[in-house]
Design a binder for this molecule. Structure first.
Ligand SMILES: [Zn+2]
Length: 309
């Protein structure tokens, strides 16, 4: 796998959602930082198209997609915490195209990084939270449909449970869903992932990493042919919407457990960004940057650290 990771980004990921805690500008800024650091040449960044209707229908219902097309405020769309405009719907369809492209590239190259996505609260038939389209689920179903993979796993480390993803794949033995999240936080009620690790308020690095390490053993036992990593930055101790106490070093170690674990086993890995609402915007950028840098380094074939005890 001594090739460069695919980095995927579209200017369409950004959309105007008004005054909102979600920092949409992070996508373009991350792209710029990775280019400025010389991690990726601007010309090598892959620009995805929108996910096709056929791909979206592998996960979402026709009725729900029709509501989005026509910007209808119905019981399917009204559980969103975002406005409903053509630009916003378009941004989510592009994010799904991006995660799907990153996943295809990951199968070929070992790693794919979507500088967006991770919208794990979107259900097949309705929106939730800041999520209209579940790009993680669309990507997995698309790759299965194309015959590129059979078994897939989702490793969701956002501070909020990946409820939409859990529900989409609930009765599907070909997809293992792991969610490590703060138990007493949104969403409520929670869905049933294949493995849920609901953490107490204030959980710090040591316990978090120990629980993640154990949970990942179940993922490796499952034998996925691809892992989609939801690398939410909101598990950070200074997050406005999170109540865990991870440090920046702890988050970096978290990325290492997931991504080095994939590299060591030769499992293609896809990075999606997920949430991130640090009091200092720069901290959110830093956390995402560290995740992306690690994926890019591992993809170049840097020897992974030896297996721990
Ligand atoms: Zn979150």
């Amino acid at each position: 796998m001594a090739r460069a990771a695919a980095v995927v980004h579209s200017a369409e990921y950004y959309c105007d959602i008004g005054a909102h805690v979600f920092p949409m500008e992070k996508y373009g800024l991350l792209r710029q930082r990775l280019v400025d650091e010389g991690r990726v040449a601007a010309g090598d960044i892959l620009d995805p198209g929108p996910a096709s209707r056929e791909e979206l229908l592998l996960v979402h219902t026709a009725e729900y997609l029709d509501d989005l097309d026509h910007l209808r405020w119905t019981r399917r769309t009204m559980s969103s915490e975002l406005p409903l405009t053509p630009e916003i719907v378009r941004a989510y369809v592009f994010a799904a195209g991006g995660t799907t492209l990153a996943a295809r590239e990951a199968v070929a190259r070992g790693f794919g990084v979507n500088l967006g996505g991770g919208f794990h609260h979107a259900f097949a038939d309705h929106a939730e939270g800041f999520c209209y389209i579940n790009d993680i689920a669309v990507a997995i179903r698309a790759l299965q449909h194309e015959g590129r993979v059979r078994r897939a796993a989702v490793v969701d480390c956002d501070v909020h449970q990946g409820n939409g993803t859990a529900r989409v794949f609930h009765a599907d033995d070909s997809v293992f869903t792991l969610s490590l999240h703060q138990q007493r936080n949104y969403p409520e009620p929670k869905e049933l992932s294949d493995l849920d690790v609901g953490l107490e308020d204030g959980t710090g690095d040591e316990e978090y990493l120990e629980r993640l390490g154990r949970a990942l053993e179940r993922v490796w036992e499952f034998g996925p042919e691809i892992v989609v990593y939801q690398a939410g930055a909101d598990a950070y101790g200074e997050d406005q919407l999170g109540g865990l106490r991870l440090t920046l070093a702890g988050l970096e170690a978290r990325d290492g457990l997931v991504l080095e674990g994939c590299a060591r086993r030769g499992i293609p890995a896809v990075v999606t960004l997920g949430g991130g609402y640090a009091r200092r915007f720069e901290a959110t950028i830093h956390i995402h940057l560290v995740t992306c840098r690690l994926a890019l380094t591992l993809a170049r074939g840097a020897p992974p650290a030896p297996d721990g005890p």
